[in-house]
Design a protein around this ligand. Sequence first.
Ligand SMILES: Cc1ncc(COP(=O)(O)O)c(C=O)c1O
Length: 395
Amino acid sequence: MLASSSSTRPAIPLAPVLSASSFRRAASAPARTVLDAGSYRLVTSGRVAIALALRELGIQAGDTVLVPAYHSPSMIPPVLWREATPVFYRVGPDARVDLDDLAARIDAGTRAVMVTHYFGFPQDIAPIRALCDARGIALVEDCAHAFIGEHAGQPLGSWGDYAIASSMKFFPIYEGGALVSKTRSLDKVRVHSAGAGFEAKALLNSLERGFAYGRLPGVQAALWLPLRAKSALWGMLKRGRKTPAKSLAPDSSDSSFNFDPRWLDKRSSLFARSVLKLASPARIQALRRSHYARLDTALRGLPGVRPLHARLPDGACPWVFPLLADDPEALCARLKAAGVPLTRFGYPLWGGMDADTCPNAAMLSRRVLSLPCHQELREAEVDWLVQAVRKAVLA
Ligand SMILES: Cc1ncc(COP(=O)(O)O)c(C=O)c1O
């Protein structure tokens, strides 16, 4: 196992990394993905898919789009790009949509609502669909955390006029998003390759991330010389330039919340599309559910924390393990000091939202610490993670 600076501490990847196991088949029953919900276009990020959905819906200046008060800041720039106004609706303490608040915020200017299946846990989506139908507004089903999974016998993404997904959160790839629709034609959404540099970067980045975490040692040894040569050449080219080089990949692949409309008509890389085709959703779901269950068993009942959800519904595939902490800053500091990778969804929230809009969103943003449960964690890494988190909680 790869050790980080402290000799006994493994370096655990926060998101899936490419490994020899990435394309293994699963023994379990097949799993359904958002791509099974309808026709789709594979793009470079979830936010690009949101922008395309809003464009296809004809959202324009003067319109309002209802957005959950608990959100990723990356969900807002596509709304502003359409010159529309985001209006925030409330969620409950468990991140469920507050249907009454949502209904109360619909007015004559409202054209669409975005609904997020946070952390891979399905929202009670049928009543939301019914509300949209009754009030004549479109539903954009945000499956950024729910690429895989089903609810009420249908794949997630089946309820929206459009669904969007962020494939990077579920597959060992550098970029990727999807625009999906069960009911609308995507004929007018045309995408093409972003060029050879982008295609190469998408492949090399995934390989290099795999190498960095001790996966694929044979491939790493075989590619050692060409990769060294590539780095040297790239360094020389960079030093020789008078103006900064145009970025080969979108900001969305580098933990930024920015949205760049130049990526709207760009197709996801051949590498990412191949991974989506070859990797087994059933394996990904089974392993994620199993890692989630390990964390749940180890952490439920400990003082000062509780899993955000009482149970993982059948058919769901978690993005991460959301843990609600009473003293998140102190716990976060202890986890980080121990080398536990974690993410804080919606931390911060969009700066333009009135902080009083939704006390639950403010609470969740501050208190939910999300631990990795992805399929590329090795068993020894899960063991270590469970012990390290327990120790940090009990300290
Ligand atoms: C709920 C949610 N929706 C949409 C997005 C946008 O996805 P992407 O980062 O692929 O653009 C994110 C990103 O984290 C997200 O968490």
